[in-house]
Design a protein around this ligand. Structure first.
Ligand code: BGC
Length: 735
């Protein structure tokens, strides 16, 4: 379709920012007046102190807090410590400005919930909001005011270790979950002493690192940036996130921590963000390595002018900003603006009125029983059943003997996953313990078999021996917690060490085998997928890992999680993601099409995929459009019935394709989803409504447009199956 023709018919151009309502934290004039009064009293050094954040505590830092030269700390935890440091700031410093203390409360504070990639597999925003709220309670009671979360980076490359920290490859799901987390952390009022301010990170496109290698270069089309990588940040800001963290990576030659386009044009001008931007750890200092400045002063100036307000552990602002002002290289009013933003959040948190926390409350909330039961629920809901041949699951609780094998079966540390804050190995229920509790310890025999990452086969024969004696074997293999997260990219997606050989050796016993995977990213496991009858993806599920796995193995819980990231057959297929473009030669069995010669073009497991112990039938797709006068709405519904014999959850997923457009469009895009629970035989009609404004994209002029025309729609259980329909958009109106 030609653009000119489209203009003649119904093309309407939208400025994306205008189509979405900005709901930043509200500005309160009383607070603004207080900020101005304070600003007038502040010396330049005290202003710069508000923009300086350091990690941990030393006597030198204590003195600097007293002198008003440190405004924020990270990595200090506990009510007692927080109160001690806050006392220095609010009782011994000249202007009595409280500290803001930040920590990486990523998936729990002390009660550790599933890693974000796992929890995303629950497709349950309410659950995610609840775990974030409970994490906030423990953290806030322990003197933390601010979390460096949610991590909302979209990740299409499973080699990237930080894929574990986010919601996976899809920006729509990522946006819904980003907003849910912000709501959970921040509650409805930041003044509530049990809430903390959120910090979506890492702004932006950190997940698009070339080759999945952490910190690597990002070279990205602006429309891809806007359509795929920015929306989850926008959703977090719209949900009210008070701060945002600038990333380590460069974007098309301009580092994210000195990028006026992303930090000022998009964030401030288009999204009207009124909170503050904190750098990532020394990401201002690292601008020297990026080579965009010769001295710390050069790079500090660039970061500040681009829009980074607070320097995390770079010591660039504290050491250089005053000179830069005195030399007339930056205006003091830019520093005032950054200070204003920081103070605004401190006021909004209520820190000026209530700087201290109650250590007794901390004691009563840490590992509270409600937190433990929520940790169990979220762990259960995050498990994805990848295969269940001949309904081998659930195992009978009357089984006489079970062999539990594998380096992760009794790991007390790894289920914590990366970034586990105050999480402790001693709080963990291992898979072995969970199974023993479920069916009685006497029936369970355990042999480690091998280490996670070694070549030794010394433990194999003992493992084979107990497998031979058992009625069923549970093999727990995967990655260590340290193999994902920051600086934990892998060039291979195979099981590390000789775990694959262990699985093959156990397979030779011909016993019924369940492979339980524990990992922070998709793994390439084609042999296991072909030969092993039952595969459970359990990620790192936090402190209730073992109980949740045992619940699923023995049928007390019917798994309903779905993958939020594509599982490749081999690392060579990466990047492989569901919402790819068609190309001029879509992959097929024909020779001259876009694929590899040595591997099927399909993934091992697609996005959205996951099985249940029951079966669901989708029927009777209905699609219609309606013009409300304001905009065009698309109503779509489908019947879903539980046709098996046990209660179960299905995640009903709605995908759309813009069939012909002036720019190439993805083959499918997730637009809605709903996790539902159905009893045996129960049937439900699941209804969705979309607004035509959500069906747009960025054109060559980088304007957000919605084009009239035909769309395909699918509603189904994953990104490759589902009932197909269509609709036409004939008119689009400004919202
Ligand atoms: C990470 C951030 C984290 C910060 C503070 C950095 O290395 O990239 O995600 O919030 O450290 O711990």
């Amino acid at each position: 379709m030609k653009v000119t023709k489209l203009i003649c018919i119904f093309l309407i151009v939208f400025i994306y920012a205008l189509t979405l309502s900005a709901q930043n934290l509200p500005i309160n004039s009383d607070v603004e007046n207080k900020i101005e009064t304070l600003l007038h009293q502040m010396a330049l050094a005290e202003k710069i102190g508000q923009l300086h954040q350091v990690s941990g505590i030393t006597n030198e830092y204590r003195q600097q807090i007293r002198e008003g030269k440190i405004g924020s700390l990270l990595n200090v935890r506990g009510a007692k410590t927080s109160n001690e440091l806050q006392k220095i700031a609010v009782e011994q410093s000249r202007l009595k400005i409280p500290l803001i203390i930040g920590n990486d409360v990523i998936h729990g504070y002390r009660t550790i919930y599933p890693i974000p990639l796992a929890e995303a597999a629950s497709w349950d925003p309410k659950l995610v909001e609840k775990t974030s709220a409970m994490a906030a309670k423990e953290a806030a009671a322990s003197g933390t005011h601010w979390t460096f979360a949610p991590m909302v980076d979209i990740a299409r490359d499973p080699r990237w270790g930080r894929i574990a920290e986010g919601s996976g490859e899809d920006h729509y799901l990522g946006s819904v979950l980003a907003a849910a987390k912000v709501r959970g952390f921040q509650g409805t009022d930041l003044k509530d002493p049990l809430t903390i301010v959120a910090c979506p990170k890492h702004y932006v496109a950190y997940g698009a690192a070339q080759g999945g290698r952490d910190y690597n270069t990002v070279d990205i089309a602006i429309n891809t940036l806007r359509e795929i990588y920015l929306p989850s940040f926008k959703a977090a800001i719209d949900a009210g996130a008070g701060t945002i963290m600038s990333a380590f990576n460069e974007i098309n030659g301009v580092p994210a921590s000195a990028n006026p386009f992303t930090l000022t044009q998009v964030l401030r001008n288009e999204w009207s963000f009124n909170g503050f931007v904190v750098s990532d750890w020394n990401s201002i200092g690292e601008l020297l390595n990026h080579g965009i400045g010769a001295t710390p002063a050069d790079v500090g100036k660039k970061a500040l002018l681009a829009g980074v307000d607070m320097d995390m552990m770079g010591f660039v602002y504290i050491n250089n900003l005053a000179d830069l002002v005195q030399q007339g290289q930056i205006e003091e009013k830019r520093i005032d603006e950054a200070v204003r933003r920081v103070l605004r959040i401190k006021f909004q948190l209520g820190l000026f009125d209530h700087p201290y926390v109650d250590p007794q409350l901390e004691d009563s909330l840490i590992l509270h029983k409600n937190h433990l039961s929520l940790a169990l629920e979220s762990a259960q809901k995050s498990i994805v059943l990848l295969k269940n041949d001949k309904n081998l699951l659930p195992l009978s609780k009357n089984i006489k003997s079970v062999a539990v094998i594998g380096p992760l079966a009794d790991s007390r540390y790894d289920p914590l996953g990366c970034w586990h804050c105050e999480g402790k190995a001693k709080d963990i229920v291992t898979v072995l313990e969970g199974i023993k509790t479920k069916i009685s310890p006497e029936k369970v025999h355990y042999v480690k078999g091998c280490e996670i990452n070694s070549q030794s086969t010394d433990g194999f024969s003992e493992a084979i021996q107990i497998a031979n004696m058992a009625d069923a074997v549970v093999v727990v293999v995967g990655e260590s917690a340290a193999m994902s997260g920051e600086a934990a990219s892998r060039a291979s997606l195979d099981l590390p060490g000789n775990q694959m050989e262990l699985v093959k050796a156990i397979f030779e016993t011909r016993k019924p085998i369940v492979v339980v995977l524990m990992n922070g990213r998709p793994l390439s496991i084609p042999w296991i997928a072909e030969h092993i009858p039952v595969i459970l993806e359990t990620w790192f599920l936090g402190i209730q890992h073992g109980n949740a796995v045992a619940d699923v193995l023995f049928g007390d819980v019917n798994p309903g999680g779905k993958l939020t990231v594509t599982f490749p057959r081999t690392v060579g297929q990466v990047p492989i993601y569901y919402n790819h473009k068609n190309t001029g030669r879509p992959p097929s069995d024909e020779k001259f099409t876009s694929k590899y010669m040595d591997v099927p073009f399909t993934p091992l497991y697609p996005f959205g995929y996951g099985l249940s112990l029951t079966k669901f039938k989708f029927s009777d797709l209905k699609v219609s459009t309606e013009n409300t006068g304001q905009s065009t709405k698309i109503n779509a519904s489908v019947g879903v019935q539980n046709v098996g014999d046990r209660v179960g959850d299905e995640v009903v997923q709605l995908y759309v394709q813009d069939v012909v457009a002036s720019m190439t469009r993805p083959v499918k895009e997730l637009k809605r989803f709903q996790r539902i629970t159905l009893k045996p035989s129960e049937k439900k009609r699941v209804e969705f409504q979309l607004d035509a404004n959500e069906l747009g994209f960025y054109n060559q002029n980088m304007e957000y447009i919605v084009e009239p025309g035909n769309f395909k729609i699918w509603i189904g259980p994953n990104s490759v199956e589902g009932l197909e329909g269509s609709f036409e958009i004939t008119d689009v109106r400004r919202d």
